[in-house]
Design a protein around this ligand. Structure first.
Ligand SMILES: NC(=O)c1ccc[n+]([C@@H]2O[C@H](COP(=O)([O-])OP(=O)(O)OC[C@H]3O[C@@H](n4cnc5c(N)ncnc54)[C@H](O)[C@@H]3O)[C@@H](O)[C@H]2O)c1
Length: 244
């Protein structure tokens, strides 16, 4: 299949040291992109970047001043994958507003700030890719994830608006919604709720929770030329548990 090469493109992956982020970095690098692994976990980012011949950059996405520093230093960016995320699972009426604030900052405000800084370069060059890693919890609701789902649902409106605003300049903007995925974040939830993953797997038509590779394949495809006619879309990668 033609049109899959990302040779000469520079891709920033936030949360690139995490479970899904690592897989996204690996797939983008395998298509030829130079990958900038952006994460608060400096050691993890360094390890991922070293394995792929990419660049590691530590950034705290909860800190707007640090995001400004990052965007000033990073240089040209053609592909921006908003993958970093934090989640707290707590019944909404018991939830801690300090957790809302952190999730708003990392999950939604940071993608807004990064896009505001890096999209103009893409539109000037006439080519760019924005991919937002949201969650099926935002599409379908998910017990204990009210505030998290709200921040992740905010990505839908942002991504679709950017799709409309940037289409004429060759930039696409799409959302990928993982279902339950075997990553440190997924395992942390499972530890607090024993038996949850097995129960979920039984409800998933494809009968297993996702592996990071399952998510990364679609994210990477959306970054290629071959996906150049796909924009403003929200796609689940969840073994069929969410079909709407
Ligand atoms: N694992 C799942 O079941 C699941 C399901 C739906 C959606 N998601 C979403 O997928 C994305 C990736 O999640 P994952 O499962 O790989 O989680 P993960 O915890 O393995 O990775 C998240 C990464 O984000 C980084 N990060 C967290 N706070 C940061 C900050 N302030 N600044 C910079 N980096 C920061 C972490 O260091 C980590 O490397 C997240 O946005 C998550 O919400 C995950």
């Amino acid at each position: 299949m033609n049109g899959l090469s990302l040779d000469g493109r520079v891709a920033v992956v936030t949360g690139g040291a995490g479970g899904i982020g690592r897989a996204v970095c690996a797939d983008l690098a395998s298509l030829g992109a130079h990958v900038v692994v952006a994460d608060i976990d400096a050691a993890g980012a360094k390890e991922v970047a070293a394995a792929l011949g990419g660049t590691a950059r530590r950034v705290d996405l909860a800190d707007p001043a640090d995001i400004d520093r990052f965007t000033a230093e990073v240089g040209r960016v053609d592909v921006l994958v908003h993958n970093a995320g934090v989640s707290f699972v707590e019944k909404f009426t018991d939830s801690d507003p300090a957790h809302w604030d952190l999730m708003w900052k990392v999950n939604l405000r940071a993608p807004m700030q990064l896009t505001k800084a890096l999209l103009p370069g893409m539109t000037e060059r006439g080519w760019g890719r924005l991919v937002f890693v949201s969650s099926d919890g935002a599409r379908a609701g998910s017990g204990g994830e009210g505030a998290y789902a709200a921040t992740k649902a905010g990505m839908f409106g942002l991504a679709k608006t950017l799709a409309r605003e940037a289409a004429r300049d060759g930039v696409t903007s799409n959302v990928v919604c993982p279902g339950p995925t075997d990553t440190p974040m997924g395992r942390a939830v499972a530890e607090r709720h024993p038996g949850l993953l097995d129960k979920l797997a039984r409800q998933i038509p494809l009968r297993r929770i996702a592996r990071p590779d399952d998510i990364a394949g679609l994210v990477a495809f959306l970054c290629t030329d071959r996906a150049g006619y796909i924009t403003g879309q929200t796609m689940s990668v969840s073994g069929g548990i969410t079909m709407a």
